[in-house]
Write a protein that binds this ligand. Structure first.
Ligand SMILES: NC(=O)c1ccc[n+]([C@@H]2O[C@H](COP(=O)([O-])OP(=O)(O)OC[C@H]3O[C@@H](n4cnc5c(N)ncnc54)[C@H](OP(=O)(O)O)[C@@H]3O)[C@@H](O)[C@H]2O)c1
Length: 223
């Protein structure tokens, strides 16, 4: 019998980055739950995801729930909300996250100067999330350096993903989810190193502006 794949909840999966991850994980066969502040928005997004994947002949298992319900249902939980909302949303769903792998994708962009690195006190938004949630949550930081449009395009991606966290086994599980989403993921050290991936996004935004592109990163020199 096939091994049952875990349910992945994507809080903020109605948005740009989260919806791309929803599509890619559902395409890979994972049951996915989109979380939103609004049940209706979550269900609409889930219907949209199922329709996009149906066009590719895939009968995807995607549902929509409120953020709190999705956090409770997900065996792994990805958080894909703007930096300004990250702490409030995590606080609201915290009781449902104990013991789970939580993937934080947040970049601490501070408009209007989004092309300038402005990391928060404490080092990074990932470190702040771990501090808020406590050590029972297996926090992993990833996906800061991939463009949402490229994810949603569902084409093969030549973009690498830096994966950081203090729980090595949790990082390995997330690297597999990166692979299932069609990219290469690299363990890039403890959660303190999430600062590097978060900072890199402002560097990429600066490059995007010069070349009118959606730049990503690639790790070279690996045999
Ligand atoms: N966009 C990218 O290319 C990209 C790339 C790498 C990393 N990231 C990071 O990924 C995260 C999500 O980025 P995104 O571009 O996907 O964001 P987004 O589309 O602006 O928002 C994502 C979702 O967050 C919820 N949200 C938005 N405003 C909110 C508010 N005021 N209060 C509570 N919830 C709110 C919304 O969900 P509901 O309305 O359904 O609740 C929305 O669909 C950010 O931290 C970003 O830095 C983005």
């Amino acid at each position: 019998m096939d091994k049952q794949l875990p349910v992945i909840a994507v809080l903020g999966g109605t948005g740009a980055l989260g919806f791309g991850l929803v599509l890619r994980w559902a395409l890979a066969g994972y049951p996915v739950v989109i979380g939103s502040r609004s049940l209706e928005s979550a269900q609409d997004a889930a219907e949209r995801a199922r329709a996009i994947l149906a066009e590719r002949g895939v009968r995807a298992e995607v549902g929509g729930l409120t953020n709190a319900e999705a956090a409770a249902k997900g065996q792994l939980v990805a958080v894909t909300v703007p930096y300004a909302q990250q702490q409030a949303i995590l606080s609201a769903v915290a009781p449902a996250l104990a013991g789970k792998i939580v993937i934080d994708t947040t970049v601490p962009l501070m408009p209007p100067r989004v092309g300038t690195v402005q990391l928060p006190a404490g080092g990074s938004s990932a470190v702040a999330a771990q501090a808020l949630l406590g050590d029972t949550v297996r926090l992993v930081s990833a996906f800061q350096n991939v463009a949402a449009d490229k994810l949603q395009g569902l084409e093969p991606l030549d973009c690498d993903i830096l994966v950081t966290g203090n729980d090595k086994e949790a990082c390995t599980a997330v690297i597999e989810l990166v692979r299932q989403a069609g990219m290469r993921g690299y363990y890039a050290g403890p959660l303190a190193n999430a600062a590097a991936a978060e900072a890199l996004t402002s560097v990429l935004i600066t490059i995007n502006r010069q070349f009118k592109c959606q730049a990503g990163i690639q790790i070279t020199g690996i045999a």
